[in-house]
Design a protein around this ligand. Structure first.
Ligand code: ADP
Length: 414
């Protein structure tokens, strides 16, 4: 079946069409038919479209909302000049898979979207006020175009963490705040960590129960997960994606009293401080230059700027702290797996993060590390008892596969 994968944000819509079904999943023979994104929705939007392995086409169009953006994309999909294999009209779309950021405590796995499920996603809006409303708009826009004959599935960023033990998801604040307001760790990037964990065990031909790894998703957003016997037992992002590792523009962990202190000293509201911690902190805040790790690594090579060096050092230090903590919580792990734009592409950052873990049995194969850029494989040396891997993430593929599995009635195995 051809699954349209939608990732609807506040001013963007990313999409892919992936041909998949239960046989293709088994044989790892899914096919990506096209992909693209619409950015700056609400004004003159920038549209990027790519059929199969073809050239990327960029254009601009006035698109007022997600519905208009989806309409534009579908018109292209169905047009003769898009050149997409096996898609001649929108009737060739058989299902829609939606990325939904927050499933709260309601959704522990991907779900066929019914009115009741949609209501559940709405009930989680107060947990993810910036994300779930856009996800819902995407679902409703698709429902308007396709009607009820094309089933839709919601794949939640939080669902992977539904097995977190209560000692890992509860904060040490008065318990009634959890009961009243559902304040707890939910974790994010679950689709990515789940994909990478699944891929690792296929690569190493292990059962789920034999999968004991620490996964590091290092992209614009960054998170770590401790996965024991195939299930996460802890993760670094919390009630919101702000907690944990240092990210492009997010601070990650800090002393909560700092919020009040910044508000008082800088004359900001707590909401404004929250925005500052989410959008002006992290690599950008420390370096004063960029949130983009590639820019920072280039700058460090060329000029050895002190604040750029500090930004990179703090980023890697925090990642190392989490690895150490998770090794302790898991009673040791078999591998550390890197993914996300930085994790997949930056050998220099991987070297810094892995350095000094010889005590835990990790010996990097530096030649192999330098070689694996954007491709999967092992980067630890033969005989390393704690191994290291690079596995490029593919959240869209997992969303498409979950969509097919839910519709075809097979519970997901990973
Ligand atoms: P998102 O979280 O938005 O999906 P990505 O996973 O694409 O983002 O990661 C984006 C990050 O990856 C950026 O900081 C970018 O600079 C970084 N990145 C990509 N390639 C490299 C590279 N070769 N060296 C260092 N950083 C890189």
């Amino acid at each position: 079946m051809n699954v349209l994968v939608l990732n609807a944000g506040s001013s963007s819509l990313k999409f892919q069409v992936i041909a998949t079904d239960l046989d293709r999943i088994k044989q790892n023979a899914d096919e990506r038919l096209c992909r693209g994104q619409v950015e700056r929705i609400g004004g003159q939007a920038i549209v990027t479209l790519q059929s199969g392995q073809g050239e990327r086409q960029k254009s601009a169009a006035p698109l007022r909302d997600i519905g208009a953006a989806l309409g534009y994309v579908l018109q292209w999909l169905a047009s003769a000049n898009s050149g997409i294999p096996n898609i001649n009209s929108i009737d060739d779309i058989h299902a829609v898979g939606n990325r939904v950021v927050h499933g709260g405590e309601l959704f522990s796995e991907s779900a066929l979207i019914t009115d009741q499920v949609l209501k559940g996603i709405e009930d989680c809006i107060d947990l993810a006020p910036l994300h779930n409303p856009s996800n819902i708009k995407g679902i409703l826009a698709a429902r308007k175009v396709f009607g009820s004959k094309v089933p839709q599935v919601a794949v939640f960023d939080t669902a992977f963490y539904s097995s977190l033990p209560d000692h890992a998801y509860l904060y040490a604040i008065p318990y009634h705040l959890y009961q009243r307001h559902r304040i707890r760790r939910y974790g994010f990037h679950g689709t990515s960590h789940r994909y990478v964990a699944h891929h690792y065990r296929i690569l190493r031909q292990l059962t789920r129960e034999q999968t004991n790894i620490i996964t590091l998703h290092l992209g614009n957003g960054c998170s770590a997960a401790a996965i024991r016997a195939g299930k996460p037992i802890d993760t670094s992002m919390g009630m919101t994606p702000l907690e944990g590792l240092v990210m492009g523009t997010r601070s990650g962990d800090l002393d909560p009293s700092i919020v009040n202190l910044i508000a008082t000293k800088e004359g900001l509201s707590t909401q404004e401080v929250d925005t500052l911690l989410n959008t002006q902190s992290g690599l950008l805040g420390i370096s004063g230059l960029s949130n983009d790790m590639r820019v920072l690594c280039d700058e460090l090579r060329q000029h050895d700027d002190r604040r750029v060096r500090l930004a990179i050092e703090i980023f890697c230090w925090r990642a190392r702290k989490y690895i150490g903590a998770y090794l302790a919580c898991m009673n040791g792990a078999d591998a550390i797996v890197f993914t996300g734009g930085i994790g997949e592409n930056s050998a220099a950052i991987r070297t810094r993060i892995c350095a000094g873990f010889e005590w835990a049995g990790l010996q990097l194969d530096e030649q192999q590390n330098q070689k694996l850029i954007g491709t999967q494989g092992e980067i630890s040396a033969a005989g390393s008892s704690l191994r290291a891997y690079v596995i490029p993430t593919d959240e869209e593929l997992l969303i498409a596969r979950d969509t097919a599995r839910v519709i075809l009635g097979e519970p997901h195995p990973s």
